[in-house]
Ligand binder design. Sequence first.
Ligand code: NDP
Ligand code: PYR
Ligand code: MG
Length: 761
Amino acid sequence: MAETGKTKRAVASVTDQEALDFHARGRPGKLEITPTKPMATQRDLSLAYSPGVAAPVKAIAEDPSRAYDYTARGNMVAVISNGTAILGLGNLGALASKPVMEGKSVLFKRFADVDSIDLEVDTENVDEFINCVRYLGPSFGGINLEDIKAPDCFIIEQRLRELMDIPVFHDDQHGTAIIAAAGLINALTLTGRDFKTTKLVCNGAGAAAIACIELIKAMGFNPENVILCDTKGVIYQGREEGMNQWKSAHAVKTDRRSLKEALDGADVFFGLSAKGALTSEMVQSMAPQPIIFAMANPDPEITPEEVARIRDDAIVATGRSDYPNQVNNVLGFPYIFRGALDVRATTINDAMKIAAAEALANLAKEDVPDDVAAAYQGNRPRFGSQYIIPVPFDPRLISAIPVAVAQAAMETGVARRPLLDLDAYARELKARRDPIASTLQNIYARVRRHPKRVVFAEGEEEQMMRAAVSYANQQLGTAILVGREDRMRDTAARAGIDLDRPGIELLNARISKRNDAYTDYLYARIQRKGYLFRDAQRLINNDRNHFAACMVALGDADAMVTGLTRNYSTALEDVRRCIDPKPGHRIIGASLALCRGRTVLVADTAVHDMPSAEELADIAEEAAGLARRLGYEPRVAMLAYSTFGNPSGERSERVREAVKILDKRRVDFEYDGEMAADVALNPKIMEQYPFCRLSGPGNVLVMPAFHSAAISTKMLQELGGSTVIGPLLVGLDKSVQIVSMGAKDSDIVNMAALAAYNAGV
Ligand SMILES: NC(=O)C1=CN([C@@H]2O[C@H](COP(=O)(O)OP(=O)(O)OC[C@H]3O[C@@H](n4cnc5c(N)ncnc54)[C@H](OP(=O)(O)O)[C@@H]3O)[C@@H](O)[C@H]2O)C=CC1
Ligand SMILES: CC(=O)C(=O)O
Ligand SMILES: [Mg+2]
């Protein structure tokens, strides 16, 4: 094998409570619909609705293909289920399936910019279900059927494919088969096996299992070497109990009757059944270098740890994201539909499926470039037993898979709109992904590799505790909660938070052994600023910000997070009493705003009220440095209400002056200004200033003053629907982050992760 390694969880799992909170927070559920056209004026209304809307109606009635020009159809996929086989949880009904279907819809958007809506159809009657879906064709560019039990799913998909002229794709069947086939191609290569002679046992004979074995047989597996099992054991020729025509098609002549007997000497196990179905004893009896794909969700047939306990020569994959080798259809469906939609395919055929599987398998064999490595928890994986398949966050998937699918669609004559230049298409696909959008993911990955001790100063607050538990759970390091232990335990018990878990430390400032050291340190810093020794003592004993900041200053913690109960400037003053700016640096606040797939850093959102030209230049330098530390190349726009001198005014003059100072300093990043926000952000408007030195839209926006920075970021958040992270505190000698008062636990964890990241990873 090219590489061996101990199997371990890649990231920590989440608790049920965390998952419930995540779904309930803010607007319940995971998606909402936003319009793509303005709806502000009477004219907008006349265009969007009556009378203007009649024009596209007539155009489409004349030529149905115009629906792709005038409606959202061409980029819209429905995720449809009746909830009869929700993951491996069984038949829990249409309504209970909604969280999964909403999840699939948001993954379509997140990974491939496909718009998607979930539809839960409340019937187990096959004809009723077909009848419901068949008439929805005009609304969508494709139909993703999901979590419908076998054998109903086979009938439903087959009929709908015949009835509809858009792709109908049951993801549990074909999506799973494509990803499993890709993983299998690579696992066979690594173990020197051949398709024709490899013996495979598949546990589960439902939607996913039948499709998987059909695809691998189509790719060259010998049918005699494939044994299928279900709840009744081996599916052998002549068996009558629990059979259907789809199982019968794969029945083999054998005297083996149980999964245990079937697995004796087998090379490959495919699990598409239920939690715990594979035992250690069965794994023990498999051939050398066994390949084990335990794909049941949410819990696999066997865990990688259990396999590792008994064998060190196995290649193991699961359907989960928290172990290496995630064989899950999320790696396929967003990109397969992307390719199919872009050529307006009438169907997703076998050639398109095989092209997707091969593209995916090949990607895992390629070197992982720098900008991709972060998606792999900061490691640079090499093709081997722990890396047979890319992870869903791999940014190369968006350009690799849709191109292969679109090409196969064109070659097999199912593309209604062929693409003439596939290289240009690949570039266009890449551009759909904002490289900065994965910033947070990258930061978490880096911190996980270099876990840090972060002190949560306001440890008695419920959100702080939740954030600390989440920090520890995500294996980012140790979370130290400062507060009175009895108070913390009371609050935790009431809120159902378990503090007795690895990675959580409770620290009572009053009885800490380090108080004397902290007091001496603080007193030395403030004795000439009007404070007595007993003042320093009181600050350390009673004020958690001073205590926590001294912990960081004296190296007892790597970073600190605070701010929940005290306003920003007061919390910053507390911290500043204990920690200086980094030599040669200026302390600023910068906020990261993520909006509609775009990310910008806005500064100074926290410290300087009315910065001078000199200070604006410093802010630009600090913000550019932060951008680089976050992993992207800054293009700094020095913002004002005017653009390059028009209209003129005192505040713009200062911004112009700051640009000249940056010129003199010969800084090593792109900057220009003064300019208005639309010039900075809209390339078309920027074109009116051909002399502008920015090579693209600004991604670091330096605001002329604190009020404009604070107002614009809050407006982005409230009106623009942006996620705003920060202000991040930049320029301190030690790593501290201050959250806004009343911040949510998820915001606090982000800030704690950023604090840990800034502490040096
Ligand atoms: N990793 C991935 O990407 C995917 C994973 N899956 C997982 O595969 C599993 C099956 O899903 P799906 O095919 O959609 O569901 P289906 O309901 O269509 O099929 C379930 C199959 O599993 C069999 N089964 C259930 N429990 C056992 C058991 N203990 N031993 C043997 N066979 C068993 C059933 O047997 P019988 O026929 O006798 O009832 C049936 O054949 C789920 O856990 C699901 O999460 C599914 C899709 C994608
Ligand atoms: C991943 C998926 O689709 C399932 O487990 O059903
Ligand atoms: Mg599914």
